[in-house]
Design a protein around this ligand. Structure first.
Ligand code: S3P
Length: 185
């Protein structure tokens, strides 16, 4: 378990990259933002990719990129785009190769961030608030699948990162105890 990737999932703009970078720094691990890796691959921004190639091409590149990154043996901290964990292959590989944290921000708190997010998030454009809320609510159950949930309402990024680190210490301790327990005869 010590060598597994640490992976962040959750809705757009909840702080996966900001918190992920802080966790990576604390653990002296490399950090990867999968959206940035996809942008490099296309040599274009996420809104440009959606506009020129369409969402299905983005989703396929997202799937391939994340599967590649997760196969890497050196353990990293990885922030996924908000829609990635909906893909079954991505969920499977994340569960095999990582410890997955679901960063949850309540709808009320998230709404305050919406004006800052809209321009760079194609999925938030041309949608009513009711449609965005429906997307938000529909995804919550999927983020819960085999993840450790951390509620980030009211937390500064450093505080949220600290909570993740504490959970990790706990998980690693449990794992160590299981490994060193005498096996039954
Ligand atoms: C998306 C989330 C975005 C980005 C793309 C699609 C989604 O990443 O991958 O705009 O489907 O929720 P962030 O979660 O980093 O905003």
């Amino acid at each position: 378990m010590l060598s597994k990737h640490i992976i962040f999932v959750g809705f757009m703009g909840v702080g996966k990259s900001t918190i992920g970078q802080r966790v990576a720094k604390a653990l002296s691990r490399d950090f990867i933002d999968t959206d940035k890796a996809i942008e490099q691959r296309f040599q274009a921004s996420i809104p440009q990719i959606f506009e020129q190639w369409g969402e299905p091409a983005f989703r396929e590149a997202e799937r391939e990129t994340i599967l590649d990154i997760c196969q890497d043996n050196s353990s990293k901290v990885i922030a996924l785009g908000g829609g990635a964990y909906l893909n079954e292959d991505i969920r499977r590989v994340c569960q095999q190769c990582g410890i997955v944290f679901y960063l949850h921000l309540s709808w009320e708190q998230w709404l305050k961030r919406l004006p800052l997010l809209r321009d760079d998030r194609p999925l938030l454009q041309h949608k009513s608030l009711a449609e965005i809320e429906e997307l938000y609510q529909r995804r919550q159950a999927i983020y819960e699948v085999n993840t450790t949930k951390v509620v980030v309402d009211g937390l500064e990024p450093d505080e949220a990162a600290e909570q993740v680190l504490q959970r990790l210490q706990h998980l690693w301790k449990q794992e160590k105890e299981t490994d060193s327990a005498p096996r039954g005869t």
